[in-house]
Design a protein around this ligand. Structure first.
Ligand SMILES: [Zn+2]
Length: 303
């Protein structure tokens, strides 16, 4: 089963405070396939969710709706009777003459109810991508003004949704993992939120490890590269004048460098007969490069 279905199963099982019951029902119905005087329908692959929807139809109208299985194996709920549809609409403060579908805030008496409403909306039109692949949670909403109202409600609860349009639908989505975690928690999907946190923690450990390894590799390469420059310089001097031509402090360092190409400059500094500081080693190595450079330049001039 997908991560999204797991989250929905967890949400379906949430117990509501009495004040939140209507709010959750409202979210579920308002964001369903259709919610108007002409048509009230709901489609889901989850039978328990369609059953929950039907429970709310009974709560509001006293009668159940019709449920059937589609050829694709989904469960479809239809409120066939017009009287019943009008009763459902009026239960939530809507009527048959509305030009555009908006959120009737009278159904959300408290902040807990707003969270239950978002839970209902997610059950109806939401999906979440497996966080192992990507952080993405979205609501697909067919109406523009309903989308605007929904975004405002999310913002009032402290979330930062983004919107886009896809195939004539308005998409309200979240990409920020912390936002998604908080939204899951607000809706009551605590397990999903915890598992997202776990995945995030795991990813960050892996990332840090990779960063560390790359950093070490780069450092090794850098020090090998610089060792090669000095060794090259020392060989040039050796070939042109012999190392005996160098002052004794430079000669000792040159020989040590040649014999120990893997040694770091710090180790070189400590291995000299009279140990010196790292910066002193660095100065002496640079001096060797200067001598080699002048040999190279004069050999070019003499050609
Ligand atoms: Zn409530």
């Amino acid at each position: 089963m997908s991560f999204s279905s797991d989250v929905k199963l967890e949400l379906i099982e949430q117990k509501n405070e009495p004040c939140c019951q209507k709010a959750e029902a409202y979210g579920l119905l308002l964001f369903s396939r259709s919610f108007s005087a002409n048509s009230i329908e709901f489609l889901s692959e989850q039978e328990s969710l369609v059953q929950k929807y039907n429970d709310y139809v009974v709560m509001a109208t006293g009668k159940p709706a019709e449920i059937k299985k589609t050829p694709a194996g989904n469960h479809k709920l239809i409120v066939r009777n017009k009287e019943q549809r009008l009763k459902l609409l009026s239960y939530f403060g809507h009527d048959a003459n509305e030009v555009s579908l908006r959120i009737n805030l009278a159904n959300l008496s408290d902040e807990c109810c707003s969270r239950a409403f978002i839970r209902g909306a997610f059950l109806s039109c939401g999906t979440i991508t497996d966080p192992e692949k990507e952080y993405h949670l979205e609501f697909t909403i067919p109406y523009k003004n309903l989308t605007k109202d929904f975004v405002r409600l999310c913002e009032e609860l402290g979330f930062s949704p983004k919107t886009t349009i896809r195939q004539n639908n308005h998409i309200v989505y979240f990409k920020d993992s912390t936002n998604i975690e908080d939204l899951l928690t607000a809706m009551g999907a605590t397990n999903a939120s915890l598992s997202l946190m776990g995945i995030k923690m795991y990813k960050s450990v892996i990332n840090n490890t990779n960063r560390r390894v790359n950093f070490d590799k780069a450092n090794i390469k850098r020090s090998t590269d610089s060792a090669m420059i000095y060794i090259d310089a020392i060989r040039t001097i050796e070939k042109a004048k012999g190392l005996n031509s160098l002052p004794s402090d430079l000669k000792e360092l040159a020989m040590l460098r040649l014999e120990n190409p893997d040694m770091s400059q710090k180790e070189l500094a400590a291995s000299l007969s009279v140990p010196i500081s790292l910066s002193a080693v660095n100065r002496r190595l640079k001096k060797l490069v200067e001598i080699a450079d002048s040999i190279r330049t004069s050999s070019v001039k003499n050609r």
